[in-house]
Design a protein around this ligand. Structure first.
Ligand code: ADP
Ligand code: MG
Length: 340
């Protein structure tokens, strides 16, 4: 089973400046899988910008043109899980063999492999085999290869063999056409000024853009209300508010070190001075809480510590905040600063 979603087609993937390169590279790959220099094709970009959609579209189109080819779409998370299960059951070789006979392998969200050396290792071997045999590999990631943390160098260099294409935030016109296409497919009519209002106010995530329109339609039909600008305003506001701003580990280190009036170098230093150690532990704790980074990746970014140190830091902060009133105030203050 290929796990492909036929709704995620090229036809439904609206083109704009923000995605033109990635989309046309995807089309080229689908026309000649394994037969272009885009191997691997790596599509990267932020949350909700269409990576998964485009990855499926490539697979769906290949299946359409070359029904005899085996095409497999899988998330890196599921791939990892399968691998762990295979190792447990002593089926590592079967696992590798299964993946080596695929014609088109599409792995979504490869950033998930960061820090997982066993899975990276097996993927490296599968990748080499497929590539040598002219099979197509398509990858997606939330970061460009240069920014990937805790992925082995030999794998990163493979990622760079083909083409890395970025999905950027869609511009206003593209956002409007995505919304119109969605409404058209759902058979819903909506006044132009309302579509434009939504497109103007939700800028950085197509999933939210669609979510706002869906909830607008639902609200109006549920309450039997006309879709008005006022209703649109209320819904858009909710969406914009609920969108947690992405906090980076750098930003967390800056907020924490500012709070304790020290510089980031001090926070990262090897010193055992208690207040500095605590600041560093807080930075690690918040990095764990507010980002999706692995313990290993947090450690390497906050003063080159290992994952056990980060784990220990998180536990220490948990303990101290339940026993030490002053410390609890630190946690609350910094949480507030990171949440604005
Ligand atoms: P990602 O994997 O990058 O987080 P997804 O592929 O899940 O994002 O896309 C989120 C939603 O936005 C999906 O419903 C997808 O169909 C839609 N979408 C993203 N980009 C486009 C586009 N260019 N045209 C139409 N729909 C899009
Ligand atoms: Mg995705």
């Amino acid at each position: 089973e290929s796990q492909l979603n036929p709704n995620y087609s090229f036809e439904n993937f609206l083109e704009g400046d923000s995605n033109r390169l990635a989309r046309s590279a995807g089309l080229a790959v689908a026309a000649k899988p394994g037969g272009t220099s885009f191997n691997p094709l790596l599509i990267f970009g932020g949350v909700g910008l269409g990576k998964t959609h485009l990855a499926h579209a490539i697979g769906v189109d290949i299946k359409d043109k070359y029904p005899e080819k085996t095409v497999l779409y899988i998330s890196a998370e599921k791939f990892t899980q399968q691998y762990i299960d295979a190792v447990k059951k002593n089926n590592r070789n079967d696992f590798i063999h299964f993946y080596q006979i695929i014609d088109v392998l599409i792995i979504d969200d490869v950033q998930f492999l960061s820090g997982k050396t066993g899975t990276q290792d097996v993927f490296f071997h599968i990748f080499n085999h497929l590539h040598q045999n002219g099979k197509q590999v398509v990858l997606t990631s939330d970061k460009a290869p240069v920014d990937m943390q805790d992925i082995e160098q030999r794998l990163l260099s493979r990622f760079k063999w083909g083409l890395s294409a970025e999905l950027q935030n869609p511009d206003f016109e593209t956002r409007v056409s995505i919304l119109k296409n969605k409404l058209y497919r759902d058979g819903v009519e909506m006044p132009e000024d309302i579509i434009e209002y939504v497109a103007k106010n939700i800028k950085t995530n197509v999933r939210e853009l669609e979510g706002a329109i869906i909830s607008l339609i639902a609200q109006s039909s549920f309450n039997k209300k006309e879709i008005t600008i006022d209703l649109a305003r209320i819904i858009v506001e909710k969406f914009v508010k609920n969108t947690k701003r992405e906090v980076s580990i750098d930003y967390i280190q800056k907020v924490v070190s500012d709070y304790f009036q020290m510089d980031i170098d001090t926070l990262q230093s090897k010193t055992r001075k208690r207040h500095i150690v605590q600041a560093r532990q807080l930075a690690m704790f918040f990095a764990k809480k507010f980002t999706k980074a692995s313990l290993a990746s947090i450690g390497s970014q906050i003063g080159k510590r290992d994952h056990a140190t980060v784990l220990h830091a998180c536990k220490t902060v948990d303990n101290l905040s339940s026993t030490d009133k002053q410390f609890r105030k630190y946690v609350e203050d910094i949480t507030k600063k990171l949440s604005v």
